[in-house]
Unconditional design. Structure first.
Length: 277
């Protein structure tokens, strides 16, 4: 019993000595901080960082900002030729080159919709036609509002422009983009990224000999009955390549400058979509 009691007393004395040593160490640190104007900055075990001094009252260092990655600009390839589906506008929609070309673009993007599926989604300008004495329109619809005329061939038909067709594309492809008015290089960059585009040209890919002007509910419009839309699928130094809904020809070669003239004459109208990141 005496041995046990002595052991307990020795252990209690040892604990007291350790406590006094620790307390004196902390007290020394505090005294040092008061005299030198510095304080201890001690990291936690989780940080596992070394002990360091910092001036008392100083702020912690600001984190170094991480720069955002610089967007990679697409590179224009010397030539491109995409394998996109081709559909004919005939026989159901003899005036439906635009909606048929849009169905090619959508199916290439993985949206399985035919020209007839899209017909119900296409806006229509129902303004009836009023003719001049020579048989040309005096008053009619505006293709920037919706399809003008009869698309099925049961009456005089005209077409639809990018402004009215774009919402149909956007409804089916969230990344839809209207590239109208831009340079042809933008379309080349689209093709270089593997994406075709619906573009407006003329039915024979030549400058029209005759233009017509008629009034509409939103003002006069000047255009040509040679107006046409195709799917642009490629280019090189000499030609551009299109899927033509009028003839049903795939990757049809059109002399480059000849095509550019008609595309520009029709207002550089172009619809496509952004590449998936």
């Amino acid at each position: 019993m005496n041995v046990l009691w002595k052991t307990i007393k020795y252990m209690a004395a040892f604990v007291m000595v350790v406590g006094l040593v620790f307390s004196s160490g902390v007290f020394s640190v505090l005294i040092y901080g008061r005299l030198t104007g510095k304080e201890w900055a001690i990291s936690t075990y989780a940080d596992a960082a070394p002990i360091a001094f910092r001036p008392a009252g100083s702020a912690s260092p600001e984190p170094v900002p991480v720069p955002s990655p610089t967007p990679v600009k697409p590179e224009r390839k010397a030539s491109v030729l995409l394998d996109a589906p081709v559909y004919r506008q005939h026989p159901e929609l003899p005036s439906g080159c635009e909606i048929t070309s849009l169905s090619m673009l959508l199916n290439f993007a993985g949206v399985a919709k035919s020209k007839m599926d899209l017909l119900s989604e296409m806006p229509v300008d129902m303004t009836p036609i009023t003719l001049k004495s020579d048989g040309s329109p005096a008053y009619w619809g505006n293709p920037n509002t919706g399809f003008v005329g009869e698309i099925s061939g049961k009456g005089r038909g005209f077409g639809i422009y990018h402004t009215a067709l774009f919402p149909v594309l956007k409804e089916n492809v969230p990344g839809a983009v209207d590239l109208t008015g831009g340079e042809f290089e933008e379309l080349e960059l689209q093709l270089s990224q593997g994406i075709p585009a619906v573009v407006w040209t003329t039915i024979d890919f030549r400058m029209p000999a005759k233009w017509v002007t008629w009034d509409t509910p939103t003002g006069p419009i000047k255009t040509t009955f040679m107006e046409h839309a195709v799917l642009l699928v490629g280019y090189d130094d000499q030609n551009v390549y299109v899927n033509d809904p009028w003839t049903g020809k795939k990757q049809l070669a059109v002399e480059r400058q000849q095509f550019l003239e008609t595309w520009e004459a029709m207002g550089r109208q172009s619809l496509s979509y952004e590449p998936v990141s």
